[in-house]
Ligand binder design. Structure first.
Ligand code: SAH
Length: 214
């Protein structure tokens, strides 16, 4: 399935209406067709600005939220980025067009396997996907210039704060999983210094400890 010019215009309109104005982010989102990351029943709704179900009871985020989170990260071309919560792989694919290298982790092996297949098919060779509990981060590859968490924790996980480079930025939803959460941008200003900005209300699936059963 390929997108019509009208579908691309609709997505760009939804992004701009939500406040996504960074030309690099808009261009990356124009290049990656979300339909590659959605299978089955909901595939025909891939171009709507809504979250949709993916396997393992998880969700692919709404494109405007993906755009806002990506914009808030202010990624530089040489950056090494960690994403916690691979899910479908859509967000990681967008990140991969903006950064030098992307590491992405999910607790469900089957999601990681499917996402890797799509990365391969699209020729996105600067993404490495792992099955692991991302709340511990990826100490072997730390520090990261940017960290994006796409599942909600009650507070920013300590290991992720520790793996952020000084001057680096982390974007994540925080709050209880069954309520509206807050999208937070954390900037590391020094060895012990962090600045916190509340960006907007969001709703994400919870960050869950341990490896999933599938
Ligand atoms: N970024 C995704 C959407 C992610 S949905 C996309 O673009 O499609 C949130 C994902 O976080 C789910 O796939 C869930 O399995 C994963 N997740 C939840 N807790 C986790 C943890 N502790 N470590 C790694 N992944 C986790």
């Amino acid at each position: 399935m390929t997108r019509s010019a009208e579908q691309v215009m609709q997505i760009l309109y939804a992004l701009r209406s939500a406040g996504v104005t960074d030309p690099r982010v808009l261009h990356a989102m124009e290049r990656i067709d979300r339909a590659h990351f959605i299978r089955g029943l909901f595939a025909n709704r891939a171009h709507e600005d809504v979250p949709l179900p993916i396997p393992c009871g998880q969700t692919i985020s709404q494109p405007s939220v993906v755009g806002l989170m990506t914009q808030a990260l202010a990624i530089q071309p040489r950056d090494k980025v960690l994403e916690v919560g691979t899910g479908s792989g859509y967000q990681a694919a967008i990140l991969s067009l903006l950064a030098r290298r992307v590491y992405t982790m999910d607790r469900f092996r089957s999601l990681v396997t499917s996402a890797r297949e799509v990365f391969e098919r699209l020729g996105l060779h600067n993404i490495t996907a792992f099955t692991a509990d991302g709340s511990h981060g990826l100490p072997d590859q730390a520090p990261f210039d940017r960290i994006l968490v796409t599942a909600a924790a009650e507070d920013p996980p300590g290991p992720l704060l520790a793996q952020l480079r000084i001057g680096g930025i982390m974007v994540l939803p925080v709050g209880q999983s069954d309520t509206v959460q807050t999208l937070l941008r954390v900037t590391r200003t020094g060895e012990k210094g962090f600045d916190y900005d509340e960006l907007r209300p969001v709703r994400f699936v919870p960050l869950v400890e341990g490896i999933g059963p599938e």
